[in-house]
Design a protein around this ligand. Structure first.
Ligand code: GLU
Length: 383
């Protein structure tokens, strides 16, 4: 699938070099407005859009007159603190011109890697999307120190894409895709329009094409492609410098597609099927079995009993009244809370637990029926 309009949920990563004028340090407002217009076009077509926007450090460093060249960690953090405000304002105003609402999310690496924080980040992002807001995501550069940071938004964007099961990730950069060699240094370099498999040969082509303002070169983009495609997310690298960069992709402009061999839901289900550690057992009634067979989520109302020891996000086994396993899935509640809400209506969850949790105990996308045809041969998937 190489048509942007055919995807359901797209993460768009904006490189600093496309957003900030390298000479003046000014934001390229006209360009951002044109991108916002493209985003509006896609959302009108019912595609959900998330943005991972770089540019905080680039914008901030000019405002506090830091010299060009590489900065110390504390200087980067101070620049990001100043620049992130400007960045958020710019996004809010450009999107508002198209009646779109921006919501800022700042993440550190642990937010995408530690199970609990990952689940929280995912829930907040999904809620924002449910309100038709556009999440504008960046690394929390003012907090993240060397050991706990991504440092580049290419891999952060890939993790975000897999975390929220996006089916496409677009990296808008100052280069229009992958070449057989870095094109700046090698005039004979040939552009590669499609990468079906990430072979060592492809990795060797990446070289290092970073600019002063952008952290990630082609190497981090290939790393991002590995994370994304393994989880069923197709990735595309395109030149974002011209106006209407997404429309350019839609119009068949030059870019490189990294195709995923499955979809995010299939990849997630395959990952679930490949898990060996089961934390507990949920016995459900006949009504719940019927609902699950029709493709519905597991609600607390259909639960008869809960056993074992598990935390939110752990894998549990779902059994019928005769204790025979019918499905497995990732639970949205810890065992203690699951026990309390078992057999109860989802509307009562807040009154029982004191907080408004998810309606489902196990969401459909987090659940695999035992008779689902899921190929478990390749379960080395980044979830
Ligand atoms: N988070 C950094 C910023 O906003 C950008 C990192 C990158 O360029 O990949 O300045």
């Amino acid at each position: 699938m190489r048509d942007l309009s055919a995807f359901r949920r797209i993460v768009i990563k904006i490189g600093s070099a496309t957003l900030v004028d390298a000479k003046t340090g000014e934001l390229r407002t006209k360009w951002l407005d044109s991108l916002a217009a493209d985003i509006k076009g896609l959302t009108t077509n019912k595609t959900e859009i998330l943005v991972v926007s770089s540019g905080a450090i680039s914008l901030g460093r000019y405002r506090i007159n830091l010299p060009s060249g590489s900065l110390k960690l504390e200087e980067n953090q101070a620049a990001a603190a100043v620049g992130q405000i400007a960045l958020a304002q710019a996004w809010t105003s450009s999107l508002a011109k198209h009646d779109l609402i921006a919501g800022q999310i700042l993440l550190t690496r642990a937010d995408t890697e530690e199970r609990r924080r990952y689940l929280n980040a995912r829930a907040t992002i999904s809620t924002l999307l449910g309100f038709d807001a556009i999440p504008i995501i960046n690394e929390n550069d003012t907090i993240a120190t060397a050991e706990i940071r991504y440092g580049d938004n290419d891999r952060l964007a890939a993790r975000v894409a897999t975390m929220i099961s996006a089916d496409c990730l677009v990296l808008l950069s100052d280069i229009d895709g992958l070449y057989t060699a870095p094109p700046g240094k090698n005039p004979d370099a040939i552009h590669i329009p499609v990468v079906e498999r990430l072979t060592p040969q492809i990795e060797a082509m990446a070289g290092n094409a970073g600019t002063e303002n952008a952290r990630g070169g082609m190497t981090t983009k290939i790393e991002a492609a590995k994370i994304a495609t393994a989880a069923g997310t197709t990735m595309v690298i395109a030149n974002g410098r011209d106006l209407h960069p997404l429309q350019n992709i839609l119009d068949g402009g030059k870019c490189t597609w990294f195709t995923a061999r499955s979809t995010p839901v299939t990849a997630r289900k395959r990952w679930i099927s490949g898990q060996l550690q089961i934390g507990g057992q949920i016995v459900v009634d006949a009504g719940a079995i019927g609902a699950l067979k029709k493709g519905k989520s597991l609600l607390p109302a259909g639960i008869r009993s809960v056993s074992g020891s598990f935390k939110r996000g752990d894998l549990v086994s779902i059994c019928g009244p005769d204790s025979e396993e019918i499905a497995r899935g990732l639970t949205a509640y810890d065992r203690e809370d699951a026990v309390k809400i078992a057999g109860r209506n989802s509307r009562e969850i807040e009154a029982i637990l004191g907080y408004s949790g998810r309606t489902e105990l196990i969401h459909r996308d987090d659940l695999v029926m035992n008779d689902d045809q899921v190929d478990t041969a390749d379960h080395l998937v980044t979830n």
